[in-house]
Design a protein around this ligand. Structure first.
Ligand code: NAD
Length: 250
């Protein structure tokens, strides 16, 4: 059996690099038309261009996910061009790590604004066409730290844990319309976000991962592809952990 997304339209946020880029490419390879949304225009253009070079269909959208009017306008543009929206992947996310006692109000607010409010804004806007179509797939990129907690990341952990509660509630509210909503909780994945970690932290993490390595962006993207496909038609409100075994045995 092959997985195909032929005829589907997807919007991936934070798709200019890292995990989001891998998700956009993977969905396009499976046949979906993909809107590559990024805050940085050059990155969105580049990823969309590369998808088209590889024979896929893609459009670049520049928007900040915390800006409701920009995201709503982006979805309108997408609908004018492709007339439907089947898949939303809320992937855009940032960190502003520091111990709680040193955490500034703006570090807390900005992380919640991008990681959580951004997902709320995009989901609310995407649900309108999905409800009309009576078909939809929403995937929220959470994190294993949203399940376990993590020192120095109170803001990030709160946003990622909240995304899981949000996922379950969306699943409850729109299940009757054949729209599923699931979360993916990646462990440590090789991207700019984890390359910024100190060598000491990377070494410590590596020792705790049963598979003995960080994951690749594609390994997260394959989970997204599965959840978007017909193979996952009876899965909703769940969290798929992709962490090389990091949380096994906890
Ligand atoms: P990254 O920093 O490499 O990429 C994040 C992308 O999001 C970038 O393209 C960035 O421009 C975009 N972005 C950030 N703020 C935005 C905003 N306000 N509006 C629009 N786009 C914005 O990070 P990544 O490692 O690829 O992470 C992707 C997602 O996966 C994030 O939600 C992150 O929290 C989550 N995650 C990553 C890891 C990991 O180990 N890398 C682990 C668990 C979860």
């Amino acid at each position: 059996m092959t997985i195909t997304l032929e005829g589907r339209v997807a919007l991936v946020t934070g798709a200019g690099r890292g995990i989001g880029e891998a998700i956009a490419r993977t969905l396009a390879t499976a046949g979906a038309r993909v809107a590559v949304l990024s805050r940085t225009e050059a990155n969105a253009q580049q990823v969309a261009h590369q998808i088209r070079e590889a024979g896929g269909e893609a459009m670049a959208i520049t928007a900040d996910v915390s800006d409701a009017s920009a995201v709503e306008k982006a979805i309108e543009t997408l609908l004018e061009r492709w007339e439907r929206l089947d898949i939303l992947v809320n992937n855009a996310g940032i960190t502003r790590d520091t111990l709680l006692l040193r955490m500034k109000d703006e570090d807390w607010d900005r992380v919640l604004e991008v990681n959580l409010r951004g997902a709320f804004i995009a989901t609310r806007a995407a649900l309108k066409p999905m409800l009309r179509q009576r078909w939809g797939r929403i995937i929220n990129i959470s994190s294993v730290v949203g399940l376990t907690g993590n020192v120095g990341q109170a803001n990030y952990v709160a946003s990622k844990a909240a995304l899981i509660g949000f996922t379950r509630t969306v699943a409850l509210e729109v299940g009757s319309r054949n729209i599923t909503c699931n979360a993916i909780a990646p462990g440590l994945i090789e991207t700019d976000m984890t390359r910024a970690l100190s060598e000491q932290v990377r070494e410590y993490a590596l020792q705790r991962i049963p598979l003995g390595r960080f994951g690749t962006p594609n390994e997260v993207a394959f989970g997204v592809l599965f959840l978007c496909s017909e193979l996952a038609s009876y899965i909703t409100g769940q969290v798929l952990i992709i962490d090389g075994g990091l949380t096994a045995g906890l």
